[in-house]
Design a protein around this ligand. Structure first.
Ligand SMILES: [Zn+2]
Length: 184
């Protein structure tokens, strides 16, 4: 049996380590902020949505306030799919366009899925979270100079060691690369 409060505390600790400030919106909904990026984190013990009307979903998950939302549930993938359909329906029914990326984290794979989602979100929204600009390596695609746009240290749950995280972006072709280096 999963204790959802333990899951929430674990996620909060991890997000703080990844550079986010946490604000509790409701018992099962957090806002994680870093620089100009806001990520919603929604915890569900169920594996289906309680609402059908997309306006309820947009309101419950506060989708208009966040750049991305992470759904954490026993079968998060299924719920994420329903949320994506609701975002589509909002456009067809009400002409409301929600520009929020949806990520799913299965509770049984929480360490791996959460770390991958955060890697992905930081890379996608590098313009909103960038904390450094420094010369990096050559771009593997176009050979121009890449710039290091983000650096952070954390304990990787996937690699099981402390790492330095780098996000590179090519100034020419905009390729983005996320890389972890082990810290001994
Ligand atoms: Zn390039």
């Amino acid at each position: 049996m999963i204790n959802i409060q333990d899951v929430i505390n674990k996620v909060i600790n991890y997000l703080i380590e990844r550079g986010f400030n946490i604000e509790k919106v409701r018992e099962n909904l957090l806002n994680a902020r870093q620089n100009r990026l806001t990520v919603g984190v929604w915890f569900s013990e169920k594996d289906y949505l309680d609402w059908y009307d997309p306006l309820n979903i947009i309101d419950e998950l506060q989708l208009t306030n966040v750049n991305a939302i992470i759904i954490i549930a026993p079968r998060a993938y299924t719920i994420a799919d329903e949320v994506l359909h609701s975002i589509d329906r909002a456009r067809y029914w009400y002409d409301i366009f929600i520009d929020t990326k949806v990520y799913s984290v299965e509770i049984s794979l929480i360490d791996k899925n959460l770390e991958e989602s955060i890697n992905n979100i930081l890379t996608t929204y590098i313009d909103l979270v960038s904390n450094v600009v420094a010369r990096g390596c050559r771009c593997p695609r176009c050979l121009s100079n890449m710039y290091i746009m983000y650096i952070n240290k954390f304990y990787s749950r996937i690699l099981k060691c402390r790492v330095v995280e780098y996000i590179y972006r090519c100034s020419n072709c905009s390729l983005k690369i996320h890389r972890l280096e082990r810290l001994e």
